[in-house]
Design a protein around this ligand. Structure first.
Ligand SMILES: Cc1cc2nc3c(=O)[nH]c(=O)nc-3n(C[C@H](O)[C@H](O)[C@H](O)COP(=O)(O)OP(=O)(O)OC[C@H]3O[C@@H](n4cnc5c(N)ncnc54)[C@H](O)[C@@H]3O)c2cc1C
Length: 311
């Protein structure tokens, strides 16, 4: 494969998309600077349950290719870098049908398993999925950068320095590009002590998007979600206590016994009818990953890398 000439690249955005893209471009030999209005805990990426799972992202064919590439890289990271906060979990997905889900091509070991799903569905699919701990993974990505993230709010992409600018601003892309297709999808999670919930199996039920349920174990806590509600960009991110209670009730009603409530968090997923991954002059856009930023990050970053090889 042809090696790209080394360039000075500015990545705007320090969520999972910006940081992953920056790490990949730096590995390619480019000089990379990340600039971002917010980093770490203050990004949407910090709120995510962060289970590999193609969900609320389009279009299906590209999402499957990016998800598969990310699955391979996250599986490698889980084996080689325990400090990156990635572990492989058995995941059981609820279904009303025996037909494979649309994202089956990206999950090589996905299979229908005998018996009903623990969250109350007649059928259950099983697959292996990386689960990422944002509080470990985002700092791990940052720790690989040769230059620290510069905190700065960009007003215009045209004014950003560099031979190339990669726009990884999530929902912030609306103000920067005027993209009216970008939609905020509100999500909320509860964090609980494990109680009697095993730490090696994740459960999901997305049959009804407005009453989404997932139970995602981390190393020391469990994430319980969730919801998908189209919202204004400036919706307050104070979690609604009634919604938290309702989420806990739903998993208790399924016979699960979570431990003490540790807290709740809310965030806005940057959804678009198609992830915007394309070149526009000196700028490469990489935003709009909806409910699947962690699932798509490595695949999308590889595509940005390939775009830079072919100019
Ligand atoms: C409740 C919830 C659960 C989720 N669960 C999962 C899951 O299980 N699996 C999964 O794959 N995904 C999940 N997601 C989705 C995932 O969190 C998002 O897709 C992902 O975080 C998007 O990453 P990003 O880097 O594009 O955006 P962000 O994390 O929002 O980062 C955007 C960055 O751009 C910066 N920025 C914006 N505007 C500007 C500007 N003008 N100048 C400078 N910087 C700017 C911001 O400061 C920030 O650093 C979930 C999301 C939520 C809310």
């Amino acid at each position: 494969m042809r090696q790209a000439p080394a360039r000075h690249i500015t990545v705007v955005g320090a969520g999972v998309i910006g940081l992953t893209t920056a790490v990949v471009l730096q590995r390619d030999g480019h000089r990379v600077q990340v600039i971002a209005a917010e980093r770490g805990e203050r990004t949407t990426s910090a709120v995510a349950a962060a289970l590999w799972h193609p969900f609320a992202a389009d279009p299906p064919e590209r999402v499957n290719a990016w998800s598969r590439a990310s699955l391979d890289e996250l599986t490698r990271i889980a084996g080689e870098h325990p400090e990156a906060g990635v572990d492989l979990l058995t995941t059981r997905e609820a279904s009303d049908r025996t037909q494979l889900p649309w994202w089956a091509p990206s999950a090589p070991d996905l299979a229908l398993e005998p018996g009903p799903h623990p969250l109350g569905a007649p059928y259950s699919f099983r697959f292996t999925a990386p689960r990422i701990e944002p509080s470990l993974h985002l700092p791990w990505l940052e720790s690989q950068l040769h230059s620290p993230v510069r905190i700065e709010r960009v007003q215009s992409l045209a004014e950003v320095e560099g031979d190339c600018v990669v726009n990884c601003t999530g929902l912030g892309a609306r103000a920067l590009t005027g993209d009216g297709e970008l939609l905020a999808l509100y999500g909320q999670v509860a964090l609980v002590e494990p109680g009697e919930i095993p730490l090696d199996v994740a459960l999901g039920d997305e049959r009804n998007e407005s009453a989404l349920v997932y139970v995602v174990p981390r190393r020391r806590e469990i994430v319980i979600g969730g919801c998908v509600i189209p919202s204004p960009d400036d919706r307050p991110l104070t979690p609604d206590p009634e919604r938290t209670d309702a989420m806990l009730q739903r998993v208790r009603a399924a016979g699960l016994r979570p431990g003490r409530l540790l807290g709740a968090r809310a965030g806005l997923r940057p959804y678009r009818s198609a992830v915007r991954l394309e070149r526009e002059g000196r700028v490469i856009h990489n935003y709009g990953h909806g409910g699947a930023g962690y699932t798509l990050a490595w695949g999308c970053a590889s595509e940005v890398s390939a775009m830079l090889r072919h100019v």
